[in-house]
Design a protein around this ligand. Structure first.
Ligand code: PHE
Length: 490
C-alpha cells in the first residue's frame, strides 16, 4: 500500500482513547476481579504491580515503537514489521522467519481469542436486556443462563448485532470510523463505571449487617496478605503477570496496529504510558471496586450458611472459589435481584459497561485482521470487513456447541500472549539493537524515559516473561491432555 495513502489518527485524544479502548476490556472488569479474589486478595496486588513496572510498561513501549516503525513502511501487521526490524541484525532470509513466526502467532491469537471474546460481548448485550426487563428475576440464574445458551437464535442475534456494529465501525476506517466511535464510547464507559462504583460504595452494608459491607470487599483487595503470598508465590506471580499481558492487550499485535497509524515523529513514550495509566485506573480503581465489594457485601445471601458460620475468612475463600466472579452472567444477577428494582437498572448498566469495554477492544482486533487483508493481501477494506465477519462467524460456532472450549482456548491464549511478547523483545530490542530501540522510543517523545528502563527492557523483562511462558505452557499441556475425555456436544 502506498505510504502517502496510509491512514492516520486525526487527533491525539482520539488516538489515546482508541488505545485505552483497546486495552480496557472484559479483562478489567471481569478477569481482574476473578484473579484478585482467586489469588488471595491483597496478596495478588504485590506481584501485580511488580509485573506492571517490569513487564507491562516496557513491553507496551516496545509495541508502540514496533507499530510506528512498521507504519513508516506502510505496514500495520506484525509479519512485515518483525521482518523489517530483524533485518537490522540478520540476513533477509533469516529475518523472514521472524516475520513469519510473528505474523502467524498474531493471526492465531487474534482469531482464537475472538472466537469466544465476541460471544462474551454478545452475552453481555443480552444480559443488559435481561436485566432491564427483569427476565431473570425470580429464577435460578444458572438454569436461566443455560436456557439462554440453548436458544441459539437468541445467542447469535446479540452476537450478530455486536459483530455487525464492529464491522461498520472498522469499515469506516481509522479516523472516520474507529476514532469517532471510541470518542463517544470511552467517555461513556468511564461514566458508567464511575456511577457503578459510587453506587457500590453508597450501598455500605446493604443487608444491615455491619460486618458485611462493600468496604470490607475493598479491604480484601487492598490489604497486602503476605502469608498467602509466601505460601502460593508461584501461582500468584503467574496469575499476576498473565493478567498484565491480558489487560494491556500485549503480545497480540493490536497495540502495534493502532500505533502504525501514527506519523513518524509522533510521540510514543508518553502516549504508551498514558495508555497504561488509563487502563490501570479502569482496572484497579474501577474494576476492583464493583464485583468483589458487591459479592462481599451480599455474602450472607450467597455464601452457604455453614460456611458463613465459620467466619469472614472462610466466607471470602468461598466467594473466591465458588461464586464465579469471572462468570458474571450467572453470579452477579443473584445480587442484582437482591437490590429490587434498582438492581434492574444497575444490572443493565453493569452489562452495558461490559459490552462497551469488550466492544472497544474487539474493534482493535477486527481492525488488525482487516489491515492484514488490506495491506498484506491487497483486499479492499470494504470487502475485507466482510471476510473478517465470515471468519468470525465460523470461529464462533464451537463456543456455542462445544463444552469446555472456552477454558481450553483461554489456556492457549495465555501462552501465546507471553510467547509473542518474548518475540517482541527478541526482535525489536535485541535484533533491532537496544540503541536503535532506545532512539526510536525517544523520537518525537514528549517525556524522557529514565535510562534504567532501557536495561529493564533488554534484560529484566525477557527474564520475567519466562515465568508466565513456562507456567502457561505447563497449564496448557495439562489442559490439552485432559480435554478430549471431557468433550461433549451440547
Ligand atoms: N485487553 C483487553 C481486555 O482486557 C482485551 C485483550 C486481551 C486484547 C488479550 C488482546 C489480548 O479485555
Amino acid at each position: 500500500m502506498d505510504m502517502e495513502q496510509r491512514e492516520r489518527w486525526a487527533t491525539k485524544i482520539g488516538l489515546i482513547l482508541a488505545m485505552a479502548g483497546n486495552a480496557i476490556g472484559l479483562g478489567n472488569f471481569v478477569r481482574f476481579p476473578t484473579q484478585v479474589a482467586g489469588n488471595g486478595g491483597g496478596a495478588f496486588m504485590v506481584p501485580y504491580f511488580l509485573a506492571l513496572f517490569l513487564l507491562g510498561i516496557p513491553v507496551m513501549w516496545v509495541e508502540w515503537v514496533q507499530g510506528r516503525y512498521g507504519g513508516k513502511y506502510g505496514h500495520g501487521t506484525l509479519g512485515p514489521t518483525f521482518y523489517l526490524m530483524a533485518r537490522e541484525s540478520l540476513k533477509p532470509r533469516s529475518a523472514l522467519w521472524f516475520g513469519l513466526i510473528g505474523g502467524a502467532l498474531a493471526f492465531a491469537t487474534t482469531t482464537l481469542l475472538n472466537s469466544y471474546y465476541l460471544h462474551l460481548i454478545g452475552w453481555s448485550a443480552a444480559y443488559s436486556w435481561f436485566s432491564i426487563t427483569g427476565a431473570y428475576y425470580g429464577k435460578n440464574t444458572a438454569q436461566f443462563f443455560s436456557q439462554y445458551l440453548s436458544n441459539h437464535g437468541l445467542v447469535f442475534l446479540f452476537w450478530g448485532i455486536t459483530v455487525v456494529l464492529l464491522g461498520i465501525a472498522v469499515g469506516q476506517g481509522v479516523s472516520k470510523g474507529i476514532e469517532r466511535w471510541v470518542k463517544v464510547m470511552m467517555p461513556l464507559l468511564y461514566v458508567f463505571a464511575i456511577i457503578l462504583v459510587i453506587y457500590v460504595f453508597a450501598l455500605g452494608s446493604p443487608l444491615g449487617q455491619p460486618q458485611w459491607s462493600t468496604i470490607k470487599g475493598f479491604e480484601f483487595i487492598w490489604s497486602p496478605n503476605w502469608g498467602y503470598l509466601k505460601d502460593h508465590l508461584w501461582k500468584v506471580m503467574l496469575a499476576a503477570s498473565g493478567q498484565i499481558f491480558f489487560t494491556l492487550s500485549l503480545g497480540m499485535g493490536i497495540i502495534q496496529n493502532y500505533a502504525s497509524y501514527l506519523g513518524p515523529k509522533d510521540d510514543v513514550a508518553l502516549s504508551g504510558l498514558a495508555t497504561v495509566s488509563l487502563n490501570e485506573f479502569a482496572e484497579v480503581v474501577l474494576g476492583g471496586s464493583i464485583a468483589v465489594p458487591l459479592a462481599v457485601a451480599y455474602a450472607p445471601k450467597i455464601v452457604p450458611p455453614d460456611v458463613l458460620a465459620k467466619g469472614s475468612d472462610a466466607a471470602l475463600a468461598w466467594i473466591s472459589e465458588n461464586f464465579g466472579l469471572g462468570f458474571s452472567y450467572t453470579s452477579l444477577p443473584n445480587i442484582f435481584v437482591q437490590m429490587g428494582t434498582a438492581g434492574r437498572f444497575f444490572g443493565a448498566l453493569w452489562f452495558l459497561l461490559l459490552w462497551f469495554a469488550g466492544f472497544t477492544s474487539a474493534i482493535a482486533m477486527y481492525n488488525y485482521l482487516t489491515a492484514l487483508l488490506e495491506e498484506d493481501l491487497g483486499i479492499k477494506r470494504s470487502v475485507g470487513t466482510w471476510v473478517v465477519f465470515i471468519i468470525y462467524f465460523l470461529l464462533g460456532i464451537p463456543v456455542v456447541y462445544i463444552n469446555g472450549y472456552l477454558d481450553q482456548v483461554d489456556a492457549w491464549i495465555s501462552f501465546q500472549l507471553a510467547l509473542l511478547a518474548l518475540f517482541d523483545i527478541i526482535v525489536s530490542v535485541w535484533l533491532f539493537k537496544p540503541d536503535n530501540f532506545w532512539r526510536e522510543l525517544h523520537e518525537g517523545a514528549l517525556i524522557n524515559v529514565p535510562e534504567f528502563y532501557k536495561w529493564i527492557t533488554v534484560i529484566i523483562a525477557p527474564i520475567f516473561i519466562a515465568l508466565p511462558l513456562f507456567g502457561t505452557f505447563t497449564d496448557l499441556v495439562s489442559k490439552t491432555l485432559g480435554w478430549p475425555a471431557k468433550i461433549a456436544i451440547l
